[in-house]
Write a protein that binds this ligand. Structure first.
Ligand SMILES: [Zn+2]
Length: 268
């Protein structure tokens, strides 16, 4: 199986991130690993995950090029697919998008919880245009901030629907079934549309009813759903994967969600 939503940081920074997340989230976002490459590979081996998409999100413009260099350095095009990071107030963001594509990154993660951006921001337009031209994947956190669920989502399901209208051919992935803790809106704006969604949910997938997960997958179309965990920002993925394995989906549906859709999206 392929996990299309994981997080990673360079070894030097990872302990600091763990510390900050524990402090900032008031433990609302669980951690089941330490954000290092070694730990990610241990998770993959332990849980039978053959490949991952992994994100290293920069919160400030200065951090964008080194984060992308790190992602480029760990991407092996077989088991680890790094997704780049970008910010519109970088001196030349379009050049950075081009640079990372030429160095082999297939997409970019836009993270409205850790970056001061929303999917609908006008100043992202030239970035989207460049990504669209190069066939890159625009992967979005969509929905609430689990640490601050009362705040309005900076990227909500409706923003993703509007983005699809503005960019009909851009490869878009909306994380968290199209809207973390906003499933009603996700069903209205994302489910059934020509947009990929992923399956990570907080604090773990078992907090949704099996019936609801099956209905979301079938209503959306299993050919546009990507298995994902958000590792390590999730409870232990082991029991979650066991939950998925016994979920009463058809074998063809599971093959698509667990592996084939991710491979198609990557162009493999
Ligand atoms: Zn995530």
């Amino acid at each position: 199986m392929i996990d299309t939503h994981t997080h990673i940081f360079p070894d030097k920074i990872a302990p600091k991130i763990v510390e900050n997340m524990r402090a900032d989230s008031g433990n609302q976002i669980p951690l089941s690993g330490d954000f290092t490459l070694k730990d990610l590979k241990t998770y993959m081996a332990r849980c039978g995950v053959e490949a991952v998409f992994t994100f290293c999100v920069a919160e400030r413009p200065k951090a964008v090029p080194p984060a992308n260099d790190f992602l480029i350095s760990i991407t092996d095009h077989q088991t680890i697919f790094g997704f780049g990071t970008i910010l519109p107030d970088l001196a030349d963001p379009v050049a950075e998008v081009r640079r990372i594509r030429e160095r082999g990154l297939r997409g970019i993660k836009f993270h409205s919880l850790f970056q001061p951006i929303g999917a609908g921001d006008e100043n992202l337009t030239s970035i989207y245009e460049e990504m669209d031209r190069g066939g890159m994947i625009a992967y979005f956190h969509v929905g609430k901030d689990p640490s601050h669920p009362s705040l309005t989502a900076r990227t909500g399901p409706e923003d993703i629907a509007r983005l699809r209208e503005r960019f009909p051919t851009l490869k878009i992935v909306a994380a968290h079934f199209g809207g973390l803790f906003m499933l009603e809106e996700a069903r209205k704006w994302v489910i059934g549309k020509d947009i990929y969604i992923d399956t990570c949910w907080g604090p773990h997938i078992q907090s949704l009813e099996a019936k609801e997960v099956i209905d979301l997958i079938r209503s959306h179309g299993p050919e546009k759903v990507l298995f994902a965990t958000d590792y390590p920002s999730t409870l232990d993925p082991g029991p979650q994967i066991e939950w998925w394995k016994v979920l009463p989906l058809k074998k063809e549906e599971k093959d698509l969600v667990f592996r084939e859709n991710a491979r198609r999206l990557l162009g493999l």
